[in-house]
Design a protein around this ligand. Sequence first.
Ligand code: HEM
Length: 213
Amino acid sequence: MKIQVWDKVVRVCHWGMVILLPLCWWSGEQGEMEWHQSFAYLLLALLMTRLFWGLFGSETARFSQFVRGPRQVFDYLKSWKQQRDPHPGHNPAGAYMVVVMLTLLLTQLVSGLFATDDILTEGPLYSYVSSDTASWLTWLHKQNFNLILAAVGLHLTALLVYRLKGTPLVAAMITGYRRGGAEAPKMVTTTPAWLVLLVLMAGLGWGLIWPLW
Ligand code: HEM
């Protein structure tokens, strides 16, 4: 039987991040700073949307539902070999990886708001901090990216290990559905929540539009 495990918001945010993160890196490397900022604003919009959805979204998206205590993580890892991932959403160990990735992305984007390349480009909040703080946040912006790369590497390795173990996860992140005997999680798509999402996206998405003018 197929059950829905990921709603549209989770999937759009996930694949949006997968597209925008390399674009941010590429535009930064090329010195295309207007595009770098635009892609970063869009990524920030997606991240804010995902964080909002982590509080008010569907069951598998909500942090309170999938972040469990260390004991449950330990129990999950202990019995890992026997089970074929009965969790309809994130498993207890994977949940911590999700929190780490979202925190690293947030750190990257927030530090970028205060960063400077000491030539032409400054983040929009650069002038609100001292030059020492801005230098430190610029350093953090560069170093943190290496941590993101390490986390993504670990993320992809974990997906491969699950695949080899006979649990394909990628298709579910594309279609939203996966095969499973587990009870189907509750998916919510209430109108007010969608409206807030749209406002968030529109408010921050201006970043892509202004350089095109
Ligand atoms: C830029 C690189 C990536 C980042 C930053 C990233 C980040 C994330 C995050 C934050 C989640 C948690 C989803 C949520 O609850 O919102 C997640 C889950 C997931 N990601 Fe990625 N991801 C990346 C690349 C990929 C790629 C390339 C694939 C596929 C080949 C992939 C497949 C998945 C799958 C299948 C899950 C669900 C795992 C589960 O069942 O618990 N990700 N990813």
